[in-house]
Design a protein around this ligand. Structure first.
Ligand code: ATP
Ligand code: MG
Length: 407
């Protein structure tokens, strides 16, 4: 084996590996099996980046691993995987893919940078497909022929997009062409697998890399029809907040249906749709009016209002004639700041000086829709004028309103 590490010489020192991981590998080796670290952890160790999970590949059958490590949990016996809980997180131990030894296992992995193995005892790296050279030139390349590799599993195109966004790597030309051709086959891939990769891409440090790739390959148009041409740049200008970035990506698409199709959480889909309903935020009404801003706050909350402003700022930074929109946005923020300073944010029914019970007593009515409508009306009035949010003030409003109600 070649002795090479991150800088192109030497090995990965065993001190770079957590003790529980090296111990687990030693246990398998001492029992007479081959066992090595593989996949993303080797890639990240060679890059000198933090590792978030360790994968072990071994010649040992999963049944034997379960005997050797009684706390191990079978999580995919069909694929020969057991999960070993360790103090540094769960470690997946998988029998060599294809039952063809370590080299055969590596040949079945997706990308050269993911197809290296590390022997913890010696620190040696097995790199039969030139993964280290591709790490150095910051390039994603398929192991073997990209067309047949994508035909085996079309999800790999999305893994490419996600990894390009995480690593800030370019995609090899042949691999990109193959991804274009295989795009229609994504229809046959489990939707939650697609959704996982999209979520990873949007949360990555360089989402523009992944999104531009998805656009060029025609994958974006399939998964999220209607996405705007400037989406990659806008998303990349925003902080790594999944709600904010997903909203920015899907501004002109049918966000809710895209996200539900990708099996992303309903809570995310609902939230994004709610944000898009008030986008662009400075057009929601007169931005210098406290009532307008209070109503916005009640509708989306402080956190989401902040997101809407950030989204708009990112959009306007890309736009030539942003002048009057920027002014409205600044007005909105100034109004919000004033409201905050005044501290009188009667925004929900809970903040009213009268509760449902008091309303019923005052009106002499029973629980029912009228009480809900009364509270709604009081909230509206307090939004217009927070000074009326007193016991006395609200009772007066209630009397006037009750007069107008059909009975
Ligand atoms: P991350 O560091 O984000 O976890 P990863 O590369 O480790 O990325 P995993 O999904 O954890 O990704 O997969 C572990 C390894 O298994 C990969 O590095 C790759 O070698 C292999 N692999 C995973 N999914 C596929 C796939 N669809 N096709 C081929 N090989 C795959
Ligand atoms: Mg991994």
């Amino acid at each position: 084996m070649a002795q090479v590490s991150a800088r192109g010489s030497g090995t990965i020192p065993s001190a770079a590996l957590p003790e529980p991981v090296t111990e687990l590998v030693r246990l398998l080796v001492d029992d007479g099996h081959e066992a090595v670290l593989v996949g993303g952890c080797v890639r990240d160790l060679v890059r000198g980046a933090p590792v978030h999970d360790y994968d072990v590949a071994t010649s040992a059958p999963p049944e034997r691993v379960l005997e050797l490590v009684p706390r191990a949990v079978p999580i995919g016996l069909r694929h020969g995987t057991v999960m070993v809980p360790t103090p540094c997180g769960p470690v997946d131990v998988t029998r060599f893919r294809g039952g063809a030894g370590l080299r055969g296992d590596l040949a079945r992995r997706d990308l050269t940078v993911n197809a290296m193995a590390l022997e913890p005892a010696t620190g040696e790296i097995l790199d039969p497909f030139g993964g280290r050279a591709d790490l150095t030139s910051r390039r994603l390349r398929a192991v073997g022929d990209p067309r047949s590799r994508l035909a085996e599993d079309p999800l790999r195109a999305l893994r490419v997009a996600r990894l390009a966004a995480q690593l800030d790597f370019a995609v090899d030309v042949e691999l990109e062409e193959a991804c274009c051709e295989s795009a229609p086959a994504l229809e046959g891939v489990a939707r939650e697998r697609l959704g996982n990769e999209i979520a990873g891409l949007l949360a990555a440090p360089h989402p523009e890399r992944g999104l531009a790739f998805l656009r060029r390959t025609g994958i974006e148009a399939r998964l999220a029809p209607g996405v705007r041409g400037d989406a990659a740049r806008i998303v990349a200008a925003l902080p790594t907040d999944p709600v904010l970035r997903t909203t920015a990506w899907l501004r002109d698409a049918n966000a809710e249906s895209v996200l539900m199709r990708l099996r992303l959480p309903r809570s995310l889909a609902t939230r994004v749709a709610r944000l898009l309903a008030v986008h662009p935020v400075e057009e929601a009404g007169a931005p210098e009016s406290p009532a307008v801003v209070r109503r916005l706050l009640r509708r989306v909350g402080e956190q989401d209002l902040k997101r809407l402003v950030a989204l708009r700022r990112a959009e306007l930074a890309e736009c030539d004639a942003a002048g009057s929109a920027l002014e409205r946005l600044a007005d909105l923020e100034a109004t919000w700041e004033r409201i905050r300073r005044e501290g009188a944010l009667a925004l929900s029914r809970r903040d009213l000086a009268l509760d449902g019970k008091a309303v019923m007593q005052h009106l002499g009515c029973r629980p029912g829709r009228a009480v809900g409508r009364a509270l709604e009306h009081l909230t509206e009035c307090v939004l217009e004028d927070p000074t009326c949010n007193t016991d006395e003030g609200l009772r007066a409003i209630l009397d006037a309103w009750w007069e107008t109600q059909p009975r």
